[in-house]
Design a protein around this ligand. Sequence first.
Ligand SMILES: NC(=O)c1ccc[n+]([C@@H]2O[C@H](COP(=O)([O-])OP(=O)(O)OC[C@H]3O[C@@H](n4cnc5c(N)ncnc54)[C@H](OP(=O)(O)O)[C@@H]3O)[C@@H](O)[C@H]2O)c1
Length: 318
Amino acid sequence: MRAAVVRSFDSPPRYEEFPTPVPGDGQILVDVLASGLHPRVRSGADGTHYTSDGRLPLVPGVDGVGRLPDGRHVYFVADDDAPGTLAERALLDPRRSIPLPENADPVTVAAAMNPAMSSWVALRRRISFRAGQSVLVLGATGNAGQMAVQIARHLGAESVVAAGRDPERLERLTGLGATRTVSLAGDPEEAADRLGEAAADVDVVIDYTWGRPTERAIPALLTRRADRSAALDWIQIGSTAGPDITLPSFVLRAANLRILGSGQGSLTAAGIVAELPSLVEELVAGSFTVGTRAVPLSEVEAAWTEPADPARRVVFTP
Ligand SMILES: NC(=O)c1ccc[n+]([C@@H]2O[C@H](COP(=O)([O-])OP(=O)(O)OC[C@H]3O[C@@H](n4cnc5c(N)ncnc54)[C@H](OP(=O)(O)O)[C@@H]3O)[C@@H](O)[C@H]2O)c1
């Protein structure tokens, strides 16, 4: 088969021949129709993801839309130890796949599921989110953040504060449901002050940045909170601004702050998969705006090195 093949962690994948994987017990070989270039795909391909075992060559790709031998379409998440989905063929584990309705567009599904499920699953499984609550999306200008703004409103958030750096994408979030936007650009202390003024009393933070923006945002919000005993669920999901923070101990004593994460591990694979059919239903119904750019897999090397456009997820079509 043809696939995107990584032979060195320093170089982008190239479109080459690769042995077609052989299904093991319970696995099914599917034709891949569409597969997204998510941040997790890049970290797998450059060897920096924590699941990387350093073995090369490898085929990157963590999920996609596939066609079963009987012609039906499915969305599936690849096993960590199987060749990835940026290929003409991939192995499917039925426990990590869901059927797609006939009218589901493979490119839209492949683009949206990974970024969308981050907030969909977090709000539905990790906390007891209730309609009428208020949400801050920290790092709202990426693909996952843009979906989180829409999903929080869709699930009943009364208000959503969207915070991010890029002014154009931030502006567009108002049309996607943000009730207020806050720029994280410029002087970091001033940005934290703006955030504290705008979001001090939210019930939930969906955090894609971590690092310095989070480190500054936590005290900025909590010190301005009208009722510090009111619960604040801070859901850690991404780390675009850095893997670590320093947290002063007083913030945990002085306010009802509950920091938790959402992702594979804090949720079981079965728990995540159980949430996917309802998300697909909303995607197919057109409940969310999804930016996509379909690229033939044969052009993977060029697309990989182009500057990313966070308004549109690249989806490879073999
Ligand atoms: N746990 C999960 O289930 C899960 C699922 C999906 C994604 N994620 C994670 O969520 C994060 C976002 O994913 P994505 O798909 O949205 O990626 P993306 O589309 O590439 O967006 C990333 C955005 O991060 C922003 N950013 C980068 N550096 C920043 C900084 N220093 N401060 C503030 N913002 C910064 C950029 O927006 P600006 O240009 O506006 O700054 C960029 O558009 C990644 O870390 C990803 O691995 C987690």
